[in-house]
Design a protein around this ligand. Structure first.
Ligand SMILES: Cc1cc2nc3c(=O)[nH]c(=O)nc-3n(C[C@H](O)[C@H](O)[C@H](O)COP(=O)(O)OP(=O)(O)OC[C@H]3O[C@@H](n4cnc5c(N)ncnc54)[C@H](O)[C@@H]3O)c2cc1C
Length: 382
């Protein structure tokens, strides 16, 4: 029986969807990793191909062009993406973050205008919270969206933006009232085609080499007031707080899937490589290290599955999502580091998947709210 059948949230329908997702990831993602890393982005037409086979906006209702599924479909796609060894495609952010903000807070007109384009892959989505001077402390963002008649004028810069190089629709966290803190924040939709919008450069990162993480500039970008997400100014911070648990769950999914893949790759490697006339696996240190890694991976999987089940029935709370985020990203980093060690020098070579997993995993402890901020959130509830 495939391991995923034992997951409490899997169903027969999801099994069929998993096959589709796996085939797509193996055909369209796995073979392109080195090329995409070199060009610092996926091919733009990957989004259109995914849209054609129905892999975008999976949990968005069909009336807005989506797949009409649930978060479980998003989870399956992300697991299969990770299992294929891909770390380039920012589909989790496009599908399960940007589209979900539009669905949760958009007006009927906004949903009808924007979601079908994201679902077809005609548009790529990004969310721009972080600024050069502000990351964890989101209340202090300096990007402004100041009302001028029936427009907002958006100014300032954002950085570290996933999908930033290709994004067509950017959900910008901005102050519509710069005299206030959290209550002054709103989410404003900016299309990349607007005058005054500029992408500076795709950033050079130590991992996630094939992701087009970018700096974005907004110089007097004028958008209609109808681009305020929802209809009321000042609700942005609350909207962020409500959606961040889902983002943290995505990081949990990616982290556990990365542990599972690292373990599989390292079992294969240590059984085929020999030293001192024996395979590496047969050394007691290797067996103990992998026994510990397998245990931690299993525990992480059980916790993750419980969080997914809770999220599907609407009971995943903020501190539990924070626990999953910090713990799974932290443990995954340790497990992958041990796996690198068991690969010897090959574990440090970029052509080896385990080396890429090591550099890719590190950021999971940093983005989506740093692990220190996760512990602050948890501690407040103790
Ligand atoms: C590859 C990548 C992709 C990203 N994608 C996006 C994206 O798509 N959209 C987006 O908006 N952002 C994105 N980010 C930004 C990311 O979310 C931020 O980097 C992160 O939130 C941390 O903010 P910071 O870098 O400003 O660090 P800082 O906030 O300056 O933190 C520096 C250190 O101080 C610690 N610290 C801060 N406050 C506290 C506190 N109260 N208590 C204890 N310790 C504290 C932090 O934990 C950290 O260790 C991305 C980042 C990376 C690297």
């Amino acid at each position: 029986m495939p391991a995923h059948r034992s997951r409490p949230w899997m169903t027969a329908d999801l099994d069929a969807f998993r096959d589709l997702a796996r085939q797509f990831c193996e055909k369209e993602l796995s073979p392109n990793q080195q090329r995409w890393a070199a060009q610092k982005s996926v091919d733009r037409d990957l989004w259109n191909k995914a849209g054609e086979v129905g892999l975008l906006c999976l949990a968005i209702p069909q009336e807005y062009g989506g797949g009409g599924g649930t978060f479980a479909h998003e989870a399956v796609l992300l697991e299969e993406q990770a299992a294929s060894g891909d770390s380039c495609w920012g589909v989790g952010l496009h599908n399960a973050i940007v589209a979900h903000y539009l669905l949760a807070y958009g007006t009927e007109g906004q949903k009808r205008d924007w979601l079908p384009k994201l679902a077809r892959g005609e548009w790529v989505g990004a969310i721009a919270m972080t600024e050069p001077g502000t990351g964890s402390d989101l209340q202090t963002v300096t990007t402004k969206a100041i009302r001028d008649g029936d427009s907002y004028i958006v100014n300032r810069a954002k950085t570290f933006i996933t999908n930033g190089g290709q994004a067509d629709l950017i959900l910008v966290v901005a102050k519509t009232d710069p005299t206030r803190g959290a209550e002054g924040i709103s989410l404003i939709v900016v299309e990349a085609e607007r005058d005054g919008f500029r992408r500076a450069r795709v950033l050079d990162k130590v991992g996630l080499k094939g992701q087009d993480t970018a700096e974005l500039f907004f110089d007097d970008v004028r958008v209609p007031t109808g681009h305020l997400l929802g209809e009321v100014e000042g609700h942005g911070f609350l909207q962020l707080m409500q959606q961040l648990p889902q983002e943290r769950l995505l990081i949990g999914i990616a982290s556990v899937a990365a542990m599972e893949l690292a373990l599989r790759d390292t079992l294969d490697y240590t059984r085929s490589r020999t030293a001192f006339g024996r395979d590496i696996f047969s050394f007691q240190n290797t067996k103990f290290t992998l026994a510990e890694a397998a245990t931690e991976t299993r525990v992480a999987r059980v916790f993750l599955d419980d969080c997914i089940s809770k999220h599907l029935d609407g009971t995943l709370d903020v501190p539990t999502a924070a626990m999953l985020k910090w713990w799974s990203s932290d443990r995954a980093m340790r497990v992958i580091d041990d796996c690198v060690q068991l690969h010897g020098g090959y574990g440090y070579m970029s052509e080896y998947r385990i080396a890429r997993a090591w550099t890719d995993q590190r950021v999971q402890k940093i983005y989506g709210g740093t692990n220190e901020i996760m512990k602050e959130i948890i501690a407040r509830t103790l």
